[in-house]
Design a protein around this ligand. Structure first.
Ligand SMILES: NC(=O)c1ccc[n+]([C@@H]2O[C@H](COP(=O)([O-])OP(=O)(O)OC[C@H]3O[C@@H](n4cnc5c(N)ncnc54)[C@H](OP(=O)(O)O)[C@@H]3O)[C@@H](O)[C@H]2O)c1
Length: 351
């Protein structure tokens, strides 16, 4: 039996897929992934999946009973939501509460909660930047506040500790996950090329020039692993990004060069609307290039890009707390974006 058994709630999602792989491949650790639709093929290493519905306490109890002596839990699920809107507080809190009710076993040492930049109200309007973990909360609703308060209250008087991470937009190489800036940019560029259109930046002018940042899913996975076993991470929340920042106004010309497209202008075009008639264009591109996903819906969630590029204020997180506690990872977000595009091309997701 491994020394550490990590229950990962939402193991197949954007925030936790890389973590599940990383835990499974770490000697002495086992990942137990919980979700409603376990993958047909499990990643390599010590991992198993248990089909669970977090809206049901009985289902959560059955999952924990089947997981062995759970030492850690990572909660990375979310109730259904729409881009940029108010997310469901009662639904999200009930799901976490069901799992906490089920998981408070004597072997439990740590619970980690996924939060995000919306903690600071990035979806509402300009916020303080760089954001710091103790900045004042915005006016509710915000399900992260209720979830973190629930977790902190549950920890009182217990031997286990908690931590929380606040990543920004996640970037990753994950074929089939369309809510992803890398494939959105790649598909948009391919459509520009097919239609002889310039490579216009389709977001708001302020979004082109504002400072922004992303969190690579592998950085996030390493960070959560660190939280699970680092005493200095106990009982607090942390911003977690790649550790740098960028402006689309720097990256976009580099992307135009990369795709061999003429650089256009900032031309605000809500992509959900402007791409609505482009599915046949993508299908033709995919057929010509022998791509894996002929349906554009499997490659680009345009509404997600509209949300990201509709934000025309700085998004910068202070990484001081994590760095001063000892987490020092750094990725170059611009270089990494290009590397991820290369990988998607090799994987025949992008032309
Ligand atoms: N994605 C981002 O860019 C990003 C950025 C910052 C923060 N975050 C935060 O990270 C957290 C996770 O988000 P995500 O983007 O990873 O979500 P996601 O990709 O939609 O994944 C959600 C996961 O939860 C599972 N799930 C959802 N409802 C469930 C239920 N009722 N019972 C069991 N499993 C359920 C899903 O699997 P099944 O559908 O198979 O059940 C999936 O594994 C959220 O708090 C989010 O705000 C995300």
């Amino acid at each position: 039996m491994p020394e550490n058994i990590v229950l990962i709630a939402g193991a197949t999602g954007a925030a936790a897929s890389r973590l599940t792989e990383m835990v499974a491949l770490t000697p002495g650790w086992r990942a137990v992934g919980l979700c409603r639709n376990p993958p047909a093929k499990a990643p390599s290493g010590d991992v198993r999946y248990i089909r669970t519905d977090f809206t049901s306490l009985d289902s959560c109890r059955a999952a924990v009973a089947g997981a062995g002596a759970v030492t850690h839990m990572v909660y990375a699920a979310r109730a259904p939501f729409g881009e940029g809107g108010v997310e469901d507080v009662p639904g999200n809190v009930a799901m976490l509460r069901n799992l906490l009710d089920a998981v408070e076993v004597p072997s439990l040492r740590h619970v980690h909660l996924l939060e995000g930049g919306k903690w600071y109200g990035l979806h509402i309007g300009p916020m303080r930047s760089p954001t710091r973990e103790d900045d004042p909360r915005h006016m509710p609703p915000n399900f992260y506040y209720d979830q973190q308060d629930l977790l902190a209250a549950r920890r009182t008087g217990k031997t286990w500790t908690w931590s929380a991470s606040r990543p920004q937009y996640l970037v990753d190489v994950e074929p089939g996950r369309a809510r992803n800036l890398v494939t959105v940019v790649g598909a948009y560029a391919a459509i520009c090329a097919a239609l002889n259109a310039p490579f216009d930046f389709p977001g708001k002018p302020g979004s082109y020039t504002a400072l922004t940042e992303v969190t690579d899913s592998t950085v996030l996975a390493r960070f959560i692993m660190w939280c699970l076993s680092e005493p200095r991470a106990a009982d607090q929340a942390f911003n977690i990004t790649n550790g740098d920042m960028f402006r689309w106004s720097r990256l976009w010309p580099r992307l135009a060069d990369y795709f061999g497209l003429p650089l256009g202008v900032v031309r605000t075009m809500p992509l959900d609307r402007w791409m609505a008639d482009k599915a046949p264009v993508w299908r033709a591109i995919a057929e010509r290039a022998g791509l894996r996903y002929p349906d554009i819906a499997d490659v680009a969630t345009w509404a997600y890009a509209d949300f990201v590029w509709g934000i025309d204020w700085d998004i910068v997180s202070s990484m001081n707390r994590a760095r001063l506690a000892g987490f020092q990872d750094l990725e170059d977000s611009e270089d990494q974006f290009i590397r991820h595009l290369d990988t998607y091309r090799q994987l025949k997701v992008l032309p």
